[in-house]
Design a protein around this ligand. Structure first.
Ligand code: ZN
Length: 236
């Protein structure tokens, strides 16, 4: 079976859970992120800290965790709404997506990840995309992922597996998956060190971690954590 994987790792809750899953499933795991300048630098800092904490706290996983890659995708800033429309500040659209959203962004991420996986001889591309909670991004849907897996495998003449472990689970189940993979230590690591907030808020600390508490990303993370915690209590 497959032995090596490249994880699209942003430093958020979802991709950290995907990384834990990959480390429990594959023998050699590398990580990749994309720096497109609109992303708050706290997110890129968070991912470095999460990697360091995983190496420190999970000795069984540490030897499997290989190179981390950050690819410069500044060009994405040139096709976002904020740069195409003069005097447009960051805001949330009625769709629930930030106006910095770039159509097809995830397709670009996967294409570059596959090129990197090809070079690094990695067989599986793991991504934390999900249809259950947040289907606003059409390039994160299951059909899009399956189409990309086929296109990348044909176009690079190498059989890639695009692994999407979170596709059909909700945010509460994502917390539960993390608990199953790494126990309370992984839950604590995710709460303390991962970053999800669209506004880059690292000042306000909640039971579920840092964030403004109001943006859609915070609301989703908070609601999922509340349901996860309630589930833990009721199962005792
Ligand atoms: Zn927020």
């Amino acid at each position: 079976m497959h032995k090596s994987a490249l994880v699209l790792f942003s430093g958020g809750q979802d991709s950290t859970t995907c990384l834990a899953l990959a480390l429990s499933r594959y023998e050699r795991v590398e990580t990749v992120a994309f720096d497109y300048r609109q992303r708050h630098s706290v997110e890129l800092q968070a991912r470095v800290e999460v990697l360091a904490q995983i190496r420190r706290q999970f000795p069984a996983w540490a030897p499997k965790l290989g190179q981390d890659h950050v690819l410069d995708l500044a060009v994405l800033g040139q096709v976002s709404e904020t740069s195409l429309t003069r005097d447009t500040a960051f805001k949330m659209e009625s769709s629930g997506l930030p106006n910095t959203f770039v159509p097809g962004r995830n397709l670009l991420f996967l294409t570059l990840a596959a090129a990197l996986a090809y070079r690094r001889d990695l067989e599986v591309i793991v991504t934390g995309v999900c249809e259950t909670d947040f289907s606003g991004y059409p390039d994160c849907r299951d059909d899009s992922m399956k189409a990309m897996q086929l296109a990348l495998s044909l176009g690079m003449d190498k059989r890639f597996l695009v692994d999407t472990p979170l596709m059909w689970i909700d945010k509460a189940q994502t917390w539960e998956l993390a608990r199953q993979l790494g126990g309370q230590a992984l839950i604590d690591l995710i709460v303390e060190h991962t970053h999800t907030c669209y506004l880059g808020d690292r000042e306000h600390r909640h039971a579920w971690g840092y964030g403004c508490g109001h943006c859609p990303a915070c609301a989703l993370r908070a609601a999922g954590h509340a349901r996860y915690t309630a589930g833990l209590l009721s199962s005792r």
